[in-house]
Structure formats: C-alpha cells, structure tokens
Design a protein around this ligand. Structure first.
Ligand code: AMP
Length: 522
C-alpha cells in the first residue's frame, strides 16, 4: 500500500470526518486530501520529478503534514529533519539526501538559512509562516497550491519505493539516515493500530514530532483510521490538557517525560474530568511510580509500553503494565527477537542465544515487513548492525521464564567496573525507588583503580538528600549487588535528555567534571 492511497481512501470513506486541527484551522478528510493534491501539483509545477527528494524541517503543523502526503502524491521522497538540529547537522543531511527543496517554519528559519548557505546544491527554501518572508526571494508555502487541481497527479505508486527518510536520534556520533519504503511505513502503522488497540475515528494529540517514528506513524495510523490529529507545534502541558478535554481525545501515545509533565500539571478537578481509553509510551523507560500515576489519572482501558526504534519500529509490546511494570513485553506483530551474548565487536552468531534470565544484546530478524533495509551511505554502520539476516539493536536485555523482555540499557553505555558488567539502567531503577529521587542517570567514568567507576547524577527536590543517605540506600537494597552501587553521587538540576526522553549519557560524561563539581550538593 502506497501512502498516497492511504489518504485518498480515507477521503472517500469518511469525507466529512475531521482529520486535522491546527490552531483555528480544522480540516475534514475531503478538504485535507484536496489540499494535499493541490500541493502535489505545486511540487510538479516547480519542476520536481518522481524519485526526487524534498526535506521538511518544521514543527508539527498542517503545512508539514500536507507537504508530507503531497510529496507522496507527486512521487517524491520526504526527508524529515529534526527541528532541534544546528545548521551543521542540517547541512550534512540536506547534502547527503540531495534534496531539491526544503520546507521550514519560523522556529527553524535561522538554522535552515545558514545550512542552505553551506550546501553546494541549489536548494529552494519554502517557509510556511508569513513572518519568515523577508524579501529574500523565498516562495511562501501558501503560493504553492493557488488555483491548482484538487485531483491527484497520475504517478506510479510502487510501494517498494522510498517514502520517507528519517534520521536516528542517536545519543552519540553522526546522525544516520534511515530510508523507509511506503510498504514498511504502512506495515509499521498497521501494527501500531493493532497493538495499541486503536479503532476507526480515534482522536489523538499530534505533539510528538513527525521527524520521529512515534510522531510520524501516529499520524499515518490516524489517516488509515480516519482519525483526528490535534497538531501542536511543541509540548506545553496546559495546551495539551486543554485539547484533551475540548476535543474529547481518546488515545495518547507519548514519551514518558510528557506523561510526567501531564500528570503533575493536572488539577484535582481536571483529573476527575479526564478519561483516556488508550495510553501508550515509547522511546525510553517509564518509572513504575509514573505508570501507576498514569493509571490513576487517566483510568485507561489499555496501557502499552512499546519498545522500538527508527530502523525496526515496534520490536516488543507490553500490554500488561499492572503486573509487569518494568517489562517491555513480548515480540510485536512483525517481530522475531533473540538475545545473544553482548559483544561490542559483534563476534557472535544469531544462533548463539543466551539462557533465560541472562542479559545480552537484543537482535531482530531483519526481514520484517516494517523494517528498514539499510542506512543511507553508511557501509560500516550497515555491516555492524545487519549480520546474517538479523538486525543488532545495540540494546541490552533479558527474557524471563514467560518470554517477557526486560531492557537493561545500551551496549555502548555498559559499564565495565573491576571486570564486571554493569548496566546503568538497573542502577537507575533502584535509585528511582528512593522517594526523594526525582530523576537519575548513571554513567561509567574512567577510573585508575576500577577501569570505570559507577557515577550517579541525581535530581532531587529535597535539601535533605545527601551522599550518605543514598550510599546507605544502595547498601541496604535487596536488589542492587554491592559492586554495582555508585561510587559517586552528583546532584544536578536536570538530567540532559533527547526529545524522545533518552538520557544523553555522552553529554554527562563530556561535561564532567567541569560543569558538575561546583554543584556536588543538593
Ligand atoms: P529511536 O531510533 O530514536 O526511536 O531510538 C530507539 C532506541 O530507544 C531503542 O534502541 C532503545 O534504546 C530506546 N527505546 C525505545 N523504546 C523504548 C522503551 N519503551 N523503553 C526503553 N527504551 C526504549
């Protein structure tokens, strides 16, 4: 199934169903599909040929989604770029993907303008906000579809062509381009719908950026279901709460950090008024205490932890968070997983599975219909990740007796202290059970005696919490072995995280000690 078909079918099925809300703009599927068609003709009028690529670097709004589907209707590939990137990363991706055009907004205007100057190719910049028009000859998005047909161009719709290029939000190294086909995006979205138990005319928030799989596949799933996406350009808890109530939203699929802010922001009255049937999180682990708060606040019928990645989309799903809050659950619909010995050099075969209960690297069969095929222009990364028909995730975890997966962090983040393997996440999980620990991040820092020593960065709201208290807490823990307890605690205001809530451990390591020694007490 080609994504151009998905929106077209939705516009025939329920033409009057609400598709998008963006501020004061409300579009039905018929209206939106007509606009998508007109923008597709706009791209063609600019001279773009099927197979060419366009970039989109803007916050979630109607022009972004319209351009995304219009690109497909014109036979183009959409390259979705992070709005958080600096001009250097943008220039790198714009060059690498050889795009002909970039759509941007006022939030990304500065970095896109600088990036375009660093690109040898002639790339047309099209802003979506009128304010950005500065007389520099840029064409404005709205001019793209004036007086153009509202029927689709007649373009070959082979679903094995590349629909989208996303960039991994990796926490280290250069970003890697992940091309996805129409087929893989469609399968990923279908699996999402089934796994999250979404149904026709579902209503959700489009607040997760579409340059991440979560945001993108939420929107595609809503289109498959004739559902509503309430687009928000950035996260703001009051505005999210307002829309959840006003638009009677039925499903939320967000990163844990956003759930944290939402449950803490809701007033007692709002908590009584708000019910969300279907909740799901992904991107990072959620503390069991927050899972419990989400149950109490939203009273969901379904609450899912989805573990996945840009490359594979959903890998495992846990729909049983009440009983197993720490688990990432069983393999997703299109996923065949194994756990093999963790080896940074990957001198292991996919057949060498570790026993139940033992931590190793999670690998996924690469022939899943929702999987990527390979990274863009990165032969070394491809060789490292794709081996003997399996995709090596770089994630560590183990399976319990029942076949449920428990994640233990990234292979790259594994700490080797005194010759023992220590997974930061298992230490963080223990620290987070302390009532005065709001957040925690654990890293391994070079140490003469231990090779690496375990260091914990702690966020607390309490002035009572100190090194001795935490040391005692870890020593008396029945879960954490003595050798895994942190040798040092550093109190920080916040833990640096990516937009999907991943702890930026390399940043903590890089900034240590200069940035942190000054604030070693709460
Ligand atoms: P990305 O490709 O940016 O979506 O990042 C994928 C990575 O995020 C995975 O390889 C995991 O390390 C992490 N991740 C994704 N989902 C979860 C989850 N539910 N719990 C814990 N970590 C997760």
């Amino acid at each position: 199934m080609h994504l151009a078909m998905v929106i077209e079918l939705a516009s025939h099925r329920y033409p009057e169903a609400e598709a998008l809300i963006d501020g004061t703009l409300r579009l039905t599927y018929k209206e939106w599909n007509n606009r998508v068609n007109a923008v597709a003709w706009g791209f063609i009028k600019l001279g773009l040929q099927p197979g060419e690529r366009i970039a989109i670097c803007a916050r979630n709004n109607e022009p972004v989604l319209t351009s995304y589907f219009a690109a497909h209707k014109a036979g183009l590939t959409a390259v979705l770029l992070s709005t958080r990137w600096k001009s250097t990363e943008l220039a790198y991706a714009l060059n690498e993907t050889e795009v002909s055009l970039v759509i941007y907004d006022k939030s990304t205007s500065d970095q896109v303008t600088v990036a375009l100057k660093q690109c040898p190719r002639n790339i047309l910049g099209i802003p979506v906000d009128e304010e950005v028009l500065d007389g520099s000859g840029h064409m404005y998005f709205k001019n793209l579809f004036v007086n153009l047909p509202d029927y689709p161009p007649d373009i070959n719709r082979d679903d094995n062509t590349i629909s989208t290029i996303l960039y991994t939000s990796g926490t280290t190294g250069k970003p890697k381009g992940v091309p996805r086909t129409h087929r893989s995006d469609y399968y990923a979205s279908l699996a999402l719908i089934i796994q999250h138990r979404w149904t026709p005319l579902e209503r959700t928030l489009g607040v997760m950026p579409v340059y991440h799989t979560m945001g993108l596949h939420t929107v595609i799933s809503m289109v498959i279901l004739n559902g509503l996406s309430v687009l928000l350009p950035n996260f703001n808890s009051s505005s999210c709460i307002y829309h959840i109530k006003e638009e009677s939203l039925t499903a939320l699929y967000l990163v844990p950090t956003i759930f944290y802010d939402l449950v803490n922001q809701l007033t007692a009255v709002e908590k009584k008024e708000i019910l969300i049937q279907k909740l799901a999180f992904a991107g990072a682990p959620m503390a069991p205490s927050l899972i419990e708060k989400c149950y109490q606040t939203f009273k969901p019928e379904v609450f899912i932890n989805q573990y996945g990645s840009t490359e594979m989309h959903a890998i495992t799903i846990n729909p049983d968070l009440k009983n197993k809050p720490n688990s990432s659950g069983r393999p997703a619909l299109h996923s065949h997983i194994r756990i093999v010995p963790a080896d940074a050099n990957r001198r292991v075969l996919p057949s060498e599975e570790v026993p139940i209960g033992k931590t190793g690297e999670i690998i996924v069969k690469a022939n899943s219909p929702q999987a990527f095929t390979k990274y863009l222009n990165q032969p070394d990364a491809n060789d490292h990740a794709l081996r003997n028909g399996w995709y090596f995730t770089g994630d560590l975890g183990y399976l319990d007796e029942e076949g449920d997966l428990y994640l233990k962090g990234r292979l790259d983040d594994m700490i080797i202290s005194g010759g023992e393997n220590i997974y930061p996440q298992e230490v963080e999980e223990v620290l987070l059970t302390h009532p005065q620990v709001k957040d925690a991040a654990v890293v391994g820092l070079a140490d003469e005696r231990w090779g690496e020593k375990v260091v914990a960065f702690i966020v607390t709201g309490s002035s009572q919490l100190n090194h001795e208290e935490l040391e005692e807490f870890c020593l008396t823990s029945t879960i954490l072995p003595r050798f895994k307890r942190p040798k040092e605690f550093i109190f920080v205001k916040e833990v640096p995280k990516s937009s999907t809530g991943k702890i930026l451990r390399s940043k903590l390591k890089q900034d240590y000690p200069k940035k942190y020694l000054a604030c070693a007490e709460p």
